[in-house]
Design a protein around this ligand. Sequence first.
Ligand SMILES: Cc1ncc(COP(=O)(O)O)c(C=O)c1O
Length: 300
Amino acid sequence: MTMMNTQNSTDRIYNFSAGPSTLPESVLEQAREDILNIQGTGIGVLEHSHRGAAITEVFTETLDLCRELSGVGDDHEILFLSGGGSHHAAMLAMNFLPEGRTGDYLLTGNWARVAKEYADSYGSTHVAFDGKDTVYNRIPGDEDVQLSENPAYVHYCSNNTIYGTSFAAPPRTDAPLFVDMSSEMFSRTWDYSGHAVSYACAQKNLGPAAGSCVIVRKDLLERTNHGLPKIFSYAANAEKESRLNTPPVFTIYMMGLVFRWIKEQGGVSRSLKVRNREKAGIIYDAIDGSGRILDGPRRP
Ligand SMILES: Cc1ncc(COP(=O)(O)O)c(C=O)c1O
């Protein structure tokens, strides 16, 4: 489904389909310039060495802005890595699900279920809530969540793409809390500091596909499972400041522009949040106005 985006000067449209979302027009215009020639260096962002001065500057700004928007302190590492949400759902279990322990999963939708299935390849999981029987139509209250005795972590998906439900507040637990925020990172205020891991693929809100933002508490990195190929180890990637191998430079650069745009718009609560509400309003108005749905959806 597409609709005219009245916020900009061109004939661009909104894109409501699954997958990548539209990006702010000013971000795309900046990228158009920087693809040809970034920072007056004579070549574009796609052509620079990922370890050279121009890209180091891009990385530093992106990292600083991400720290500012997320509000996490020095006890969290911020990583920009290859791979999408699925890769990191699998890597989290690879890194942090040790033998003899259990990873607990709240199954509130497709991606929460997929994350658990990836973890099953590496160790023991426990389903702490399963919304399958009611077609994932609700978020559990604390009383509905049955955690295992001493989970290595508790994983949930804050916003369930496809089913449209989202957590109003994180589930309560003393275990390290992992959240997949792929469809809403920085589109609403959230307690990133209170999570051991917050992760999101870039393409929903933050930039083009091919990379993810992973915010991870440093003490967890010290507990990484042994024997991993280095490239799949968050600790090894953190040690090399997200440049253990060639990272998805363009995606990271674009995330930086989006972070800058969010800040310029007045921060998380005033930028993507407002824009996403406007976009959702178009859909809800169309549904309400269709006269074809008797018991209409509730606006978030
Ligand atoms: C909430 C959520 N998590 C994970 C994913 C998977 O992301 P990727 O396609 O980058 O693996 C998606 C994709 O739609 C998603 O919406």
